[in-house]
Design a protein around this ligand. Sequence first.
Ligand code: UGA
Length: 447
Amino acid sequence: MALKITVIGTGYLGATHAAAMAELGFEVLGLDVVPEKIEKLRRGEVPMYEPGLEELLHKHVAGIEGSSGRLRFTMDWAEAGEFGDIHFVCVNTPQRHGEYACDMSYVDSAIASLAPHLKGPALVVGKSTVPVGSADRLAAYLAEHAPAGADVELAWNPEFLREGFAVEDTLHPDRLVVGVRGERAEKLLREVYATPVAEGSPFVVTDFATAELVKTSANSFLATKISFINAMAEVCEAADGDVAKLAEAIGYDDRIGKKFLRAGIGFGGGCLPKDIRAFMARAGELGADQALTFLREIDSINMRQRGRMVELTRQELGGGAFLGKRVAVLGATFKPDSDDVRDSPALNVAGQIHLQGGQVTVYDPKGMDNARSLFPTLGYADSALEAVRGADVVLHLTEWREFRELDAQALGEAAAQRLILDGRNALDPEVWRKAGWRYRGMGRPTA
Ligand code: UGA
């Protein structure tokens, strides 16, 4: 009989995972504790902007015309406990308020709510990003609290999906990592992922600790790559070099690679910043803090870029105060193809200039609602052209395709001054110069 799967937590990770499991042919029950989320999902609506996810939900959510009906949603823990052969835990682990460590309360409460309803054999699979050692602790908890006792197993299966590519990354992962203690858990997970494995996704089996560490070390490596190139950008600024050329040239060495070497205002979002901090905090608890002190520098290089963008803007506006200056900001989300503004470098820069007296007007293709609710005192416009109207300077802070396709001539006519600063080094300087703009990239003083 086909496996039945529950997915606990229906945010970016869980909603995508649930839809992907239905796409792979399983019967799926998604659970969340937030009623509005469940109501939306039952109608096939996605609580966030994620390309392809709404289509996938429509294809599978029960009750939607023409759907496979394999995907349902509930708020009832007893129903979930009874339904699933496998329970994926996909709740988030944000940074703890006022600390570096991550907040495990959602994971802990999900496990605590599920455990009493596990009355028969089941596999609980953690996907959330957690401090190393958590799986060990949660396995002990389940053994003690699940009525089925030793028939309930735990596995850790970290997720590597990127926002904006969540569906693609979940259906065609570049690797699957499973931390297991027994053959049964491995066998069940091989069954779940049989399709992507048959298509060539490597399946890496580890112990609990290694699986947890793979996730945090992967994100730490990515953060390190970005901060490395941003450090080079700072040196390029001082030495009149061009960091974009430098990145291209070192990237031809395939040991280095081209990806994740785009200098600019740095990384943000709900993952990289909090994951490197939680990793440092956990290493400290384990007495291995020295091994990760470099991440402190990675974090500080990253946070510094936001301030550098503000200073570059000030300098290009003549060096004085922002008071009375009109600043157009293109982009509010932490990256393109997402509506996520969590720890967004773009909004941070916009906010700093606004707080220093600049008249900031922001436009973003998908992030307007989230930006408005996070930063209600900023000005907002309905289009790039409206944001730029009357501006003394235009800041390009999130590299949406829409911004690369802007009509530089038309924008020039709307702006008070043709000055554009590229915080993502993603625009073509030639296009803007031809239309009479002064173009300035980060780490590219002469480009
Ligand atoms: C990141 C990882 O890439 C995923 O593999 C991981 O699963 C996910 O975190 C997670 O832990 O859940 P994501 O947060 O969606 O994914 O975003 P990224 O694509 O990694 O971008 C992060 C930030 O780095 C963005 O603000 C982006 O603008 C910035 N970035 C990226 C750069 O500044 N330069 C680059 O060259 C690349």
